[in-house]
Design a protein around this ligand. Structure first.
Ligand code: BGC
Length: 362
């Protein structure tokens, strides 16, 4: 079968023929429809991240997947031939307590694998096989936006983590749940999805980026009732504003550090971006960490997502589609045939929020 591969640590992207995957017990064969591209993929192709399966010379790319069940499914179960499915990304280490409990997103040993990223082949192939337990069914009505399920799952976890921390203080005795002010830093796919999910949950949302106020992202944010602020000239554009929940979705270490100054008392900063480990020297670090303690703030790193987050993502994509019809489809701004993959990795048009590579048409 054809597959789009990279060769970490060298990187690159090329379409090659690979052996078709064997169908094992409990596994399902899935035909791939489309796969979204994110910063992690760009890092792998640029030779900055990723690892092939042990002993292999290449890594099949792609983790933001959408496919259709072909064979091996339980004809009486939720997965039948023709069912739309999204596969999870991480596989547990098999040894730590978190993975044993189904929380590989909190794997403590670090010996996990991630399909399309780390020691496991991804989904940018004509087909893949996977355990039925790692596949999440998607309603056919979400076909046009379901490629956003995986990034949405990552956002679901990040917001869940932030909400858990916020909830430790957000319920004054006698009061009900409080939704307050959220800042989302970054208006790429993850930042936009975070903004939308927070709006859906009733937060007052401000989203920042450095791309001006006439972009599609700024427009979508406006339609969803979020405030967009261009911080090209710096975070001073936010005035003195501080926020109860700050969700970082830019991957900039320098910005992470600046965001500490934007957390309100009792607030929480959730980092989702994976910054370049070599970049950025945080300013006034001592003062920032000190204030972090004195104001009962929390900084929570968040990576990956488990099956429950994927299921939550599918449900929320349905709610978003109902609340803002057509908006998610515009977020997947560009669809390209996957043969264009190598070129797509090299050049992404300005203003495109999410590019999906189409492996197989409707
Ligand atoms: C993926 C996650 C993964 C992370 C780190 C992200 O792009 O969405 O599933 O855990 O990269 O590899």
């Amino acid at each position: 079968v054809r597959a789009l591969v990279s060769r970490p640590p060298t990187g690159g992207a090329e379409l090659i023929d690979v052996p078709p995957p064997d169908l094992g017990p409990g596994q399902v064969r899935v035909r791939v429809l489309e796969v979204g591209i994110c910063g992690t993929d760009l890092d792998i192709v640029a030779g900055r991240y990723g690892r092939p399966p042990d002993g292999a010379s290449y890594l099949i790319l792609g983790h933001e997947n959408l496919g259709v069940v072909e064979e091996g499914a339980d004809p009486n179960g939720p997965l039948r031939p023709g069912t739309l499915v999204v596969a999870t990304v991480r596989r547990g280490c098999g040894t730590c307590a978190f993975c044993a409990a189904g929380r590989s997103d909190f794997c403590a040993s670090g010996n996990y694998t991630e399909r399309g990223i780390w020691r496991a082949n991804g989904y940018l192939a004509e087909e893949y096989v996977e355990s039925a337990t790692e596949l999440v069914p998607v309603p056919a009505a979400l076909r046009a936006c379901a490629v956003l399920t995986e990034p949405t799952s990552v956002v679901e976890k990040a917001i869940e983590q932030g909400q858990l921390v916020w909830d430790r203080v957000a319920y004054p005795p006698g009061a009900g749940p409080r939704r307050s002010r959220a800042l989302v830093a970054g208006a790429g796919a993850v930042g936009l999805l975070a903004s939308l999910l927070l709006r859906l949950r009733g937060w007052d949302v401000t989203t920042i980026d450095r791309h001006g106020s006439t972009t599609l992202a700024a427009q979508l944010l406006g339609e969803a009732g979020a405030r967009h602020v261009d911080v090209e000239a710096g975070l001073d554009a936010l005035g003195d504003d501080r926020f109860d929940l700050v969700v970082e979705a830019s991957g900039s270490a320098g910005l992470d550090s600046e965001l500490l100054d934007r957390i309100a008392t009792n607030g929480v900063l959730v980092l989702t971006g994976i910054p370049d480990a070599s970049g950025g020297t945080p300013k006034a670090l001592g003062a920032q960490w000190r204030r972090l303690v004195l104001a009962n703030q929390a900084v929570v790193g968040s990576v990956n997502a488990n099956r429950t987050h994927f299921a939550a993502a599918v449900a929320d994509l349905g709610r978003l589609a109902g609340r803002w019809p057509g908006l998610l489809e515009r977020l997947v701004g560009e669809r390209r045939p996957w043969d264009d993959g190598p070129a797509v990795f090299g050049h992404r048009p300005e203003g495109t929020i999410k590019t999906a590579l189409v492996v197989r048409g409707a």
